[in-house]
Design a protein around this ligand. Structure first.
Ligand SMILES: CC(C)(COP(=O)(O)OP(=O)(O)OC[C@H]1O[C@@H](n2cnc3c(N)ncnc32)[C@H](O)[C@@H]1OP(=O)(O)O)[C@@H](O)C(=O)NCCC(=O)NCCS
Length: 171
């Protein structure tokens, strides 16, 4: 099976939203419960600091990965949060791994020096994917948010990148 990874474009937004909404409904990936429309997510594209990639199998988008701003403060400009979602029918076949393999150099090229994410402790697939790609589990935020009648913890993960931008001088 050939997995083609490329930058996301506007024509991918419907597939990205569909895959995201499947993940939201699964309740194992995110605290989000509101499903997204194309107009909710179109602002993700075109930000050179925050790459968005898709994975195609036989020309159909089956997964995506995106970076987003970690904090507004300038000192954190090189840190991004990331999200990765694969269509249910394509999970466990290396799509997530192919996305991360391309995403990490794309983020380095964009000048990011760190990726972070938060994962539900029960999300074994996501934790395994992150471990495989060099993420460190920093610790657990306890009772990080309330989801459908329960407090939920999250595992914080981080991965340092080799940013291609020079760090501003402190002098
Ligand atoms: C998490 C997710 C993106 C992983 O993508 P994927 O394409 O299924 O993962 P891959 O097939 O590339 O597997 C990557 C690694 O994780 C392991 N893995 C995959 N699914 C697993 C599972 N259910 N349990 C344990 N390990 C798993 C694989 O064995 C592989 O490691 P290996 O190569 O050392 O064997 C995908 O399962 C998904 O979209 N889940 C729903 C959304 C989600 O949870 N996103 C993450 C939000 S933080």
């Amino acid at each position: 099976m050939t997995i083609n990874i490329r930058a996301a474009q506007a024509t991918d937004l419907a597939a990205i939203a569909e895959i995201y909404n499947e993940g939201i409904r699964g309740r194992l990936a995110t605290f989000e419960t509101r499903e997204r429309t194309i107009s909710d997510i179109q602002g993700w594209l075109g930000d050179l600091r925050h790459p968005v990639l898709v994975a195609e199998i036989h020309g159909k988008v089956m997964g995506w990965i995106s970076a987003s701003s970690y904090r507004n403060r300038e000192c954190y400009a090189g840190i991004a949060e990331f999200s990765v979602y694969v269509a249910g029918q394509a999970r466990g076949k290396g799509v997530g791994s192919a996305l991360l393999s391309a995403f990490i150099p794309a983020c380095e090229k964009a000048g990011l020096w760190k990726l972070v994410s938060r994962i539900f402790p029960e999300n074994e697939a996501s934790r395994a994917l992150c471990r495989k790609h060099g993420f460190r589990e920093v610790g657990i935020y306890q009772k990080h948010a309330w989801l459908e009648g329960n407090w939920r913890d999250v595992v914080i993960v981080e991965r340092l990148l080799e940013a291609k931008l020079s760090i501003p001088s402190q002098s």
